[in-house]
Design a protein around this ligand. Sequence first.
Ligand code: DX5
Ligand code: ZN
Length: 217
Amino acid sequence: MSNLVSPSILSCDFLNIETEIKHFNNVENLWLHLDIMDGHFVPNLTFGIPIIEQICKKTNIPLDAHLMVLNPEFHMEEMKEFGLENITFHFEATNDPLKLIKKFRGSYKSIGISIKPNTPTSSLSDELLKEVDLVLVMSVEPGFGGQSFMENSLEKCQLLVEKRQELSAHFQIQIDGGISDKNVKIVRDAGADNLVAGSYIFKNSPSEYLNKVNSLR
Ligand code: DX5
Ligand code: ZN
């Protein structure tokens, strides 16, 4: 398993994004997590297609887009040439997630599906789990950085590990929200192989960023 860490730039210095992300150049097993919020699927608003396009042009770091938008199909269509490493949309934002994955299968290296804290893993059909490359378990209500970790996400990770084995599926299990050195052990033990962390990494001086990343391995 990949043991990835995905720093979320939601908590970075937005007026200096280029400088902020350079601190993660050439770090192995690291993605940069981009939280795209539309002010509708979630109350908050962040950045969208033009900013993502610029970031993609400026870095070789694998980029991981987390779509918190009402119309993921539109965003997936617009960003398919950007060279993203992974794109994740929300289960709750679509009526037919499998159809969406199949539509963009040839356009993205990896496509993920995310579930909010109140959505059980049983909502994800076996057919869907066999098709998807990543399942993102939200361990906070999506929309804001700096919230407290929700423990019910641990059981979801465990259930997904079992399902993955049962189905001989290949998806990564990513967890997002309230991740820090305080809970890294329990989330890794529960089976999460890709940890997103925003405020834990970026609310420090840049000289600390990589130490924080390493503490989540
Ligand atoms: C929340 C976002 C997260 C957020 C995590 O909706 O999806 O990626 O940046 O922030 P922290 O790590 O501060 O909880
Ligand atoms: Zn996120």
